[in-house]
Design a protein around this ligand. Structure first.
Ligand code: UDP
Ligand code: MN
Length: 298
């Protein structure tokens, strides 16, 4: 079958026997990376099997989101309300909201087994710093209560909302999201950091995919490593007066080049409606909000 690489057949077959993955269901798209990680597209996984496995293992799944400054009023309520409808329904979930104004966090009715925790963060003056500072803050949270109470954690942007089921089929040791605007671009065109002085730099010919920092995840241990790497390299760049092209996302892409993700999510897991219809995008699960930077950014 077109998208499946031979080296991964055994791993995929094993999951097939348990009924979780069927990469052959989508011959129209790539369903396996060159290092053998599944790229999950609609109908290549069985959500009921994923649900059952996660319940048997009694997982607690964390979902972190930052809502600082105007992003709180603009996006947080809808993000959380739609997460209640679509994110890990039936599982044990703990939301972690990071904000400088805990009192302004909307009260969202949560289903049984789901909790919301609010953590206070400082408000960085520049939006780029709010975005980049997330890696350091997440690293600390993963070393604290979040890391003790969750098995797997998904880390997301707030400027989006859920539209379809986003369930335990996404879980793996480390999880990366294909960027909706770039998944079909040739590698040399991908917007990696190219300045060799930056710790995020990738040379031409390097890089597997362009991953979107709006969704990444994994086990607590794997995310500790990821956030440590990115926070350290963000700091090293800043100490030398450098800022990578796409901030924390550039560093995330460098990390996933060096440490391949165990699972890759197709663009339907974080889709931009502005792209319009695409035959291979069958069921968008998370939708970007339109960019309204003039209103939101200082
Ligand atoms: N963010 C925030 N307040 C800000 C800037 C960023 O809360 O002033 C958080 C928010 O979760 C946002 C994420 O950082 O979704 C990344 O920023 P943004 O979504 O603006 O970046 P883009 O998706 O446009 O690259
Ligand atoms: Mn965003």
């Amino acid at each position: 079958p077109m998208g499946v690489c031979p080296s991964a057949r055994m791993a995929l077959l094993r999951d097939n026997f348990t009924g979780l993955l069927n990469p052959w269901a989508r011959p129209d798209v790539l369903t396996c990376t060159s290092w053998g990680a599944p790229i999950i597209w609609d109908s290549t996984f069985n959500p009921a099997v994923a649900q059952q496995k996660a319940l048997q293992q009694n997982f607690t799944i964390g979902l972190t989101v930052f809502a600082v400054g105007r992003y709180l009023e603009k996006y947080l309520a809808r993000f959380l309300e739609t997460a209640e409808q679509h994110f890990m329904v039936g599982q044990r979930v703990v939301y972690y909201v990071f904000t400088e104004r805990p009192a302004a966090v909307p009260r969202v009715a949560l289903a049984p087994g789901r909790r919301l925790r609010v953590e206070r963060v400082a408000r960085e003056p520049r939006w780029q710093d709010v975005s980049m500072q997330r890696m350091r803050t997440l690293h600390e949270a993963l070393g604290g209560r979040l890391g003790r109470e969750a098995h797997f954690v998904l880390c997301m942007d707030v400027d989006q909302h859920f539209r379809g089921a986003f369930g335990p089929e996404v879980l793996a040791e480390s999880v990366a999201q294909l960027h909706a605007w770039h998944y079909h671009w040739p590698r040399w065109l991908l917007p990696y950091e190219r300045d060799v002085r930056s710790t995020a730099a990738l040379a031409l010919g390097e890089g597997d995919f362009y991953y979107h920092a709006a969704v990444f995840g994994g086990s607590v241990a794997a995310l500790r490593g990821l956030t440590a790497h990115c926070a350290r390299n963000l700091r090293r760049d800043r100490e030398r007066g450098l800022e990578a092209r796409w901030h924390d996302e550039s560093h995330l892409n460098k990390f996933f080049w060096l440490h391949k993700p165990a699972k890759v999510l197709s663009p339907e897991f974080c889709w931009s409606p502005e792209i319009g219809r695409r035959a291979e995008i069958r069921q968008p699960r998370l939708l970007w909000a339109p960019k309204e930077y003039a209103l939101l950014r200082d």
